[in-house]
Design a protein around this ligand. Structure first.
Ligand SMILES: *[C@@H]1O[C@H](CO)[C@@H](O)[C@H](O)[C@H]1NC(C)=O
Ligand SMILES: [Zn+2]
Length: 421
């Protein structure tokens, strides 16, 4: 029995971490439980931001990187191939968030040393701890995906599958081990994100460290379905670090919209048939996180799944755009399908089946007697170049799938810029 267990543990872990031996995939538990040697008190006031679908450390106790600027050093243990993976991981943050990884310069005190350590799959200090800290990857885990995960820890992110409410989304029955639930320093809110890069894999054949999804149509989790940051990882980081520009939109909980949130709702001229302004919402439904039409009266999100019109009331989020639609020339607007690009479109959710990301589509349907029904729905794409697919739009008179629609987008308006000289 003893032999069996000793044989099984590294083997099962190896499946999760792609074949490395003697590996450890998590941060040490002492780093996750508010160990006083690395605990920092940044402020006694201020608020913990609502961060959708992501688990992160209470920012009273842990230090974020000021202005999202993370100083790094590349350790001599890294091979040229490792450095390529590390740079891909940096690029993932640089293209989707306001986080900047900046090379160490003379005089920089706090920095993340990026290291290779073949005794681990990946491990990193959580938040900025002061002075030297590391993010390590090793063995066959030396990939962009592992490094995006470890750098998530550097930025204060915790594990999604250790959220306090994870038992509503995962089962660990008949799993080899059950990771703890972190209840002490964690803030756990928002839509559960099976695709978060901070979620361990949920393969049926591995040690089951990421648990088994209980939501139907969710087949796997974390890096098994997302090589980089998930849509909700990006939203969470942009909220945690108060990112601006085209990363200033925030998905807010429908059940607790504040007056300030309401002032940041925009309907782009879209009204329901009884004159209520229409806003985008998103919710988990059928294994996906989908954009739909928000119904303020019932705080529900109406989502189209082919012919089925689904009304979700749990964990609905509504899109807010703080700072007006045109803020320092960073302009949110609707763009026609033909002119829209996934590079500038606002992502709302993702499919759990594959790499597809869902964006926010606006369209109108002419019904009987010349009545027009306006709708907000989703359009999926996996390419980075264009929107080639029909949108999936909810409508009381029957869902519709237009090839002509508009996509909510944001870009830096150069004409506006030129007015500032
Ligand atoms: C490599 O990882 C192992 C296991 O966590 C640790 O004991 C060792 O100190 C690490 N090596 C370095 C150089 O950090
Ligand atoms: Zn981790």
């Amino acid at each position: 029995m003893g032999i069996l267990i000793h044989f099984l543990i590294p083997l099962l872990l190896a499946n999760f971490c792609s074949g490395s031996t003697n590996i450890r995939c998590s941060v040490p538990s002492s780093w996750l439980s508010g160990n006083p040697t690395i605990q920092r008190s940044t402020s006694s006031s201020g608020h913990v931001p609502y961060v959708s679908g992501i688990n992160f450390y209470n920012t009273y106790l842990w230090t974020k990187w000021p202005k999202g600027k993370v100083t790094y050093k590349l350790d001599a243990t890294l091979t040229a191939a490792d450095i390529i993976e590390v740079r891909k991981a940096f690029n993932e943050y640089h293209t989707k968030t306001c986080i900047q990884f900046l090379p160490w310069e003379q005089g920089d005190v706090d920095f993340v040393n990026i290291e290779r350590n073949d005794s681990v799959c990946g491990v990193a200090h959580v938040c900025k701890i002061g002075g030297y800290q590391f993010a390590q990857f090793g063995g066959n885990c030396r990939t962009m995906s592992t490094m995006v995960h470890e750098l998530g820890h550097s930025l204060c992110l915790g594990h999604e599958h250790q959220r306090e409410d994870r038992d509503e989304h995962l089962t660990y029955s008949s799993c080899h081990q059950t990771p703890s639930k972190d209840t002490h320093n964690w803030v756990t809110k928002g839509i559960y994100d099976y695709r978060s890069i901070m979620h361990y894999w949920c393969d049926a054949n591995n040690a089951c460290l990421g648990g088994r999804p209980t939501q139907s149509n969710v087949n796997n989790c974390g890096g098994a379905v997302t090589t980089g940051l998930s849509v909700m990882d990006v939203d969470g980081i942009n909220s945690l670090y108060n990112c601006q520009g085209c990363t200033r939109h925030r998905w807010r909980p429908a059940q607790s919209l504040t007056q300030a949130d309401r002032e940041n709702l925009y309907n782009f001229g879209y009204y329901s048939q009884n004159g209520a302004p229409l806003y985008p919402c998103r919710a988990a439904s059928r294994g996906e996180v989908s954009a739909g039409t928000f119904d303020d009266a019932t705080k529900s999100c109406k989502i189209s799944h082919g012919q089925d019109l689904v009304t979700i009331t749990d964990n609905v989020e509504v899109l807010t755009i703080p700072g007006s639609l045109n803020w320092f020339c960073y302009k949110y607007e609707l763009v026609s399908r033909a002119a829209a690009s996934p590079r500038t479109a606002i992502p709302a959710g993702s499919s759990n089946w594959d790499k597809w990301v869902g964006y926010i589509a606006y369209a109108s349907k002419s019904g009987t007697g010349g009545v027009t029904e306006r709708s907000i729905g989703k359009v999926w794409t996996w390419t980075h170049s264009s929107f080639g697919y029909s949108a999936d739009m909810p409508a009381a008179s029957g869902n519709f799938f237009p090839s002509e629609y508009q996509v909510l987008s944001c870009h830096l308006d150069s004409q506006c810029m030129s007015m500032f000289g």
